[in-house]
Design a protein around this ligand. Structure first.
Ligand code: TYD
Length: 207
């Protein structure tokens, strides 16, 4: 079993890739948990709605950060740790890598302070691998438009915000290449899945 986190801009194809991997793992007889942040438990989903809703008062950056961390603390203790203790594979759509990229990279919050809060919220629980689906801004935008859904509050941010987020992700991956697998999200879903599979085989997590 392993704890894998998928990160990237909106529209980068995380959920399709997670579903494909989940199917393969189930076919091989593994027990899996498919989850996401913000959210993943009942209370954490309520916090998610508070963060992402577009009507009413928007949280200031610090309140937004603390809401993500509150949702994370609940998720780690109620779902992530228990699932890993039961030897399940955990596939998580976003984790504290999103906080680094969006709140430090996008909003410009202080990295040291955010690192501290991440450690508090996660209790030090680290994924075995971060999978970054790297996508150009133009393609992310194009995909979001074609989904034709209402944009959430984060999606309404301007292009330079998303550019900073993307670059911050790439810097995180560059700083710790053994912990991050960077995939070019413009590849087809099939090719992305093949790349992920072979990387998991190399690490001997998959047969
Ligand atoms: P979500 O809707 O799950 O992303 P997606 O559109 O890829 O399915 O995530 C909601 C937004 O929250 C997303 O734009 C990224 C942002 N986010 C942060 O800013 N910080 C965080 O710590 C997390 C977990 C998410």
């Amino acid at each position: 079993m392993a704890f894998l986190v998928f990160e990237g801009l909106d529209g980068s194809g995380k959920s399709t890739l997670i579903k494909k991997l989940n199917q393969l793992l189930s076919d091989q007889g593994h027990q899996t948990v498919l989850t996401h942040e913000p959210g993943g438990t009942e209370l954490a989903e309520e916090i998610r709605n508070l963060i992402l809703k577009t009507d009413g008062e928007a949280p200031v950056s610090m309140a937004e950060l603390l809401l993500y961390e509150a949702s994370r603390a609940q998720h780690v203790e109620k779902l992530l740790r228990p699932s890993l203790q039961q030897n399940k594979w955990v596939l998580c759509d976003r984790y504290y890598g999103s906080t680094l990229a969006f709140q430090c990279g996008g909003r410009g919050l202080d990295r040291e302070m955010v690192d501290k809060l991440n450690r508090v919220a996660t209790g030090g629980l680290e994924p075995d691998l971060w999978v970054l689906l790297d996508l150009s801004l133009e393609e992310s935008e194009r995909r979001r438009m074609s989904r034709n859904e209402d944009a959430d509050r984060l999606e309404q941010e301007k292009a330079d915000f998303h550019e900073r987020v993307r670059n911050y992700y790439l810097d995180l991956a560059k700083a710790e290449p053994e912990k991050w697998l960077v995939l070019n999200a413009e590849a087809s879903p099939e090719d992305l899945f093949k790349e992920l599979q072979s990387s998991l085989k190399e690490r001997q997590w998959l047969s």
